[in-house]
Ligand binder design. Structure first.
Ligand SMILES: O=C1O[C@H](COP(=O)(O)O)[C@@H](O)[C@H](O)[C@H]1O
Length: 248
């Protein structure tokens, strides 16, 4: 990927600060109505909390931004595993984002496939079409974490969701992936329809998978494309030696 760039930060605090600054820098330049695709997981929490602080919050054009999600677990919003619940508690509620601008993936259906169809329809309604136009990306910014197995959003290695080429969201049956609960995920075409993408990765358990990605492994994270620049912010613990040597 020609426009992929890695930056290594000294620790988790520096990573959160750099990520929040980068997000604010992109969103403050959004022209007209904008759309952000949020992520979940443990790494993103400190980023959201930093972004909600007054100095960065003041730079966000909140009256013009809509907030979406790259994936979700089929749990109620008040469950600690809910990506939307985490984003609301740490970012969206502190920013005062009105409910109408928060597009959580529905989790009140009996199965994730029904939820995914509802969410795809919601995305298409916002976009004004159910056909993605490469000249008019769906999102202004997509945030992504990275699983130790190379998954992004809920696109896991070897699962059928990874091969989806038409639908924007699909259900993920996580049988065999215990303790994970069923999920809904955006697909590669939907995630790729973005003007910019930011991966945020921390922790020594992520170092092997980043080394695999740098070596060209065909993991879900390697298959994600973007209409614009892709920045990887990685803390030192997650950075293979080759990335650290690149800094000297
Ligand atoms: O399963 C998930 O994990 C990834 C990464 O999470 P982290 O805790 O290792 O940072 C996340 O990007 C994804 O949204 C989430 O559902």
């Amino acid at each position: 990927m020609a426009d992929r760039r890695f930056v290594v930060l000294d620790d988790a605090a520096a990573l959160a600060a750099a990520a929040a600054e980068h997000i604010a820098g992109i969103l403050e330049r959004v022209g007209g109505r904008g759309a952000v695709c949020l992520t979940g997981g443990g790494t993103i929490g400190p980023v959201y909390r930093r972004l909600a602080q007054p100095d960065l919050a003041a730079r966000l054009p909140l009256d013009r931004l809509d907030w979406f999600f790259g994936d979700e677990r089929m749990v109620p919003a008040d469950d600690p595993r809910s990506n939307a619940g985490q984003a609301r508690a740490t970012l969206l509620d502190p920013l005062g984002v009105p409910a109408a601008r928060i597009h959580a993936i529905p989790t009140d259906d009996a199965d994730p496939h029904t939820s995914s169809r509802r969410y795809a329809a919601e995305l298409a309604g916002f976009y004004g079409s159910d056909r993605l136009d490469p000249a008019r990306p769906l999102f202004d910014l997509v945030l992504l974490g990275l699983g130790s197995d190379g998954h992004v959003a809920s696109l896991f290695p070897g699962r059928s969701a990874l091969a989806e080429r038409d639908r924007w969201a699909v259900g993920v049956d996580t049988a065999g992936l215990a303790p994970f609960v069923p999920r809904v995920t955006l697909t590669l075409p939907a995630l790729a329809s973005s003007r910019a993408m930011l991966f945020i990765v921390a922790g020594a358990e992520k170092r092997p998978v980043i080394a695999q990605l740098l070596a060209g492994a065909d993991l879900p994270a390697a298959r994600v494309r973007c209409a614009g620049p892709v920045l990887w912010l990685v803390d030192r613990a997650a950075a293979p030696d080759t990335l650290i040597e690149d800094r000297s």
